[in-house]
Design a protein around this ligand. Structure first.
Ligand SMILES: NC(=O)c1ccc[n+]([C@@H]2O[C@H](COP(=O)([O-])OP(=O)(O)OC[C@H]3O[C@@H](n4cnc5c(N)ncnc54)[C@H](O)[C@@H]3O)[C@@H](O)[C@H]2O)c1
Length: 56
């Protein structure tokens, strides 16, 4: 399934994305980087089956 997650660099969003990718889903995560965790963002954006986008 293709799934869009908003706030994907945040605590809930990044963990949700990681779990859904592990279950075989294709995840697109959007985040405006107003908060969240840059390390999580950098680590998880390298995952296969995922596409991460920062919204200006
Ligand atoms: N180690 C821990 O247990 C731990 C760590 C952090 C947070 N928490 C808890 O997690 C909860 C918060 O988690 P969360 O994931 O809701 O918050 P979060 O701040 O971690 O994530 C929210 C994300 O949404 C993004 N965002 C905000 N507005 C946006 C917009 N208009 N467009 C796109 N992106 C946008 C932010 O940049 C951020 O990355 C709190 O209850 C907190 O106590 C626990």
């Amino acid at each position: 399934m293709n799934i869009l997650i908003t706030g994907g660099a945040g605590f809930i969003g990044s963990h949700l994305a990681e779990r859904l990718i592990a279950l075989g889903h294709r995840v697109t995560a959007l985040d405006d980087m107003s908060a969240g965790h840059p390390d999580s963002w950098r680590k998880r954006r390298k995952a296969a089956n995922s596409q991460w986008s920062a919204v200006p």
